[in-house]
Design a protein around this ligand. Structure first.
Ligand SMILES: Cc1cc2nc3c(=O)[nH]c(=O)nc-3n(C[C@H](O)[C@H](O)[C@H](O)COP(=O)(O)OP(=O)(O)OC[C@H]3O[C@@H](n4cnc5c(N)ncnc54)[C@H](O)[C@@H]3O)c2cc1C
Length: 478
């Protein structure tokens, strides 16, 4: 038995939702597109699972965070897919793929064939067993990748109020879950092998700000060691965690966030892989011209850095998905993907954004004892990365724009002195091709223009700040 579609999206996560919206914007007929997903629900904004979903009061629940609300676009409910004639094969795992025959075989035994396939299978959470520790199946050990995990985590959390949680891992998931556990009145100890949290991105100075903040909320840190084993009682629950350094921590629950692995398995030996993902070109096309890959599973050329990268962030999932659909539907009008990597996180009342690459020398700026500070990364004499905590919408846009422009940096001390002002100045500079305005008398109209710009700038900045505050409060739950 089998069905055939022009376009098939394999995976029903963030990238799938954004790809579906883009297909409809560009015009597809009913019955042309099919989405196959292991998950039983239509695509949703996965970042909500470690933020609004875990709140003890008025938590976010579906259908409120279906894609594409995270990018302030339409919320695509099951009704929307039906109205657009998009076939949904949900709660169904694809167990094998044949890119030569252009077919997928589902776990229910159906063969689905395609003309064009978009692989959007994302990634799975790494399990403790892969590091030689047993116990992932204990009743109170939680992971967080999908809705089922999040629902389970909420149940376990609710049964542990006032108790002790051990969070294994100091990355995104560990940090965001630790904050949610604290908000749910659970005592948290974080354990990770690195010298500080968010080791892949944060500098020691940035990390120490967040760790101090977490400590002020009661979180304890045990760094430079890893989990060795669990004590498990007769009912199958973990009661204590033993660490490699000999520490033994009583635990009512454990949250594991030790990284992810892209879901490439179906295509190994059929498509070219790189950096752990499916290698694609600047049009998100894999080594087979009928197969595209997007989101966490895709390794694509980041023009800005001149190399192939695989990113694990929601913004890249959204934009790579849209780009693939543009390349499929309007190849002549679609140029190479030109992406500026963007990561963010929101915990407690903190909120940071990062753009670009965290390589080279680091220059910190701002007030690390206050609420707004950041860092620049300078490599080969150019600005390549920018981080900002506690910024306004305009300031975040400025660091994004400045990073994209890759300005030359000659003097690191001067960059430090200018701090955030450097990004703001670079981002406000008119493009070099724009000639200065000349009056009828031949004078360059610089001063009055700057005065006007300054006044307008203050008005715009004030409005932006008010909007950003309102928007930030509204968005914080995602
Ligand atoms: C809890 C959490 C919080 C996050 N917070 C942030 C954040 O604050 N900021 C940020 O930038 N990023 C964040 N991320 C990362 C972001 O969510 C991912 O980068 C994004 O979801 C990637 O989208 P994707 O579509 O590639 O993969 P996914 O959204 O993971 O979707 C993959 C889909 O494919 C399905 N699938 C896989 N294999 C098969 C198969 N064989 N058959 C059928 N279906 C299959 C999966 O079930 C899933 O539905 C977070 C991730 C998590 C888990």
């Amino acid at each position: 038995m089998g069905r055939a579609f022009t376009y098939v999206i394999l995976g029903g996560g963030v990238a799938a939702g954004y790809a579906a919206l883009e297909f409809t914007k560009r015009g597809i007929s009913h019955g042309e597109l099919c989405i196959i997903s292991e998950e039983p629900v239509v695509p949703y904004e996965r970042p909500a699972l470690s933020k609004g979903f875990l709140l003890p009061e008025a938590p976010s629940r579906l259908p409120s965070f279906h894609t594409c609300v995270g990018a302030n676009e339409e919320r695509l409910t099951p009704k929307w897919y039906k109205e657009h004639g998009i076939e949904l094969v949900l709660g169904t795992r694809v167990k094998s793929a044949d890119v030569r025959r252009k077919t997928l075989l589902t776990a229910t035994g159906e063969t689905i064939s395609y003309k064009i396939l978009i692989i959007a299978t994302g990634a799975r959470a790494l399990q403790l067993e892969e590091f030689g520790v047993a116990g992932s199946d204990a009743e109170n050990v939680c992971y967080l990748r999908d809705l089922a995990d999040a629902t389970r985590l909420v149940d376990v959390m609710q049964s542990c109020t006032g108790g002790n949680a051990v969070v294994i891992g100091g990355g995104y998931i560990g940090m965001e879950c630790a904050a949610s556990l604290v908000i749910n009145k659970i005592n948290v100890t974080m354990v990770f092998p690195e010298a500080h949290c968010m080791a892949r991105l944060f500098t020691p100075k940035i990390a120490s700000y967040y760790e101090d903040y977490y400590k002020s909320k009661g979180v304890q840190f045990i760094k430079g060691t890893a989990l060795s084993s669990f004590d498990i009682d007769d009912s199958g629950k973990v009661t204590a965690v033993t660490l490699r350094d000999g520490n033994r921590l009583p635990a009512d629950m454990v949250v594991v966030g030790i990284g992810i692995r892209p879901n490439t398995g179906l295509f190994e030996g059929q498509l070219t892989l790189e950096k752990g993902g499916i290698k694609v070109n600047g049009w998100m096309q894999s080594s087979n011209s009928s197969v595209y890959a997007v989101g966490d599973v895709a390794a694509f050329p980041v023009k800005l850095f001149g190399e192939t990268r695989r990113l694990e962030h929601v913004d890249s999932a959204r934009k790579s998905a849209r780009h693939a659909v543009a390349a499929i539907m309007e190849p002549a009008k679609t140029s190479e993907f030109d992406y500026l990597p963007f990561f963010y996180s929101r915990v407690f009342t903190l909120s940071w954004q990062f753009y670009g690459d965290s390589v080279g020398e680091v220059v910190h700026y701002g007030d690390f004892s206050g609420s707004t500070f950041g860092a620049y990364w300078v490599s080969k004499g150019q600005l390549v990365g920018s981080f900002l905590e506690g910024g306004t919408k305009e300031e975040y846009e400025a660091i994004a724009k400045a990073t994209k422009l890759k300005p030359d940096i000659e003097d690191l001390a001067e960059l430090e002195r200018q701090g955030l002002g450097f990004a703001l100045a670079v981002s406000r500079k008119p493009p070099p091709s724009q000639p200065p305005e000349v009056s009828s008398s031949g004078l360059v109209l610089q001063k009055p223009m700057y005065a006007w710009h300054a006044t307008a700038g203050v008005i715009v900045a004030a409005s932006v700040a008010v909007f950003a505050y309102w928007y930030g409060r509204r968005r914080r739950r995602w």
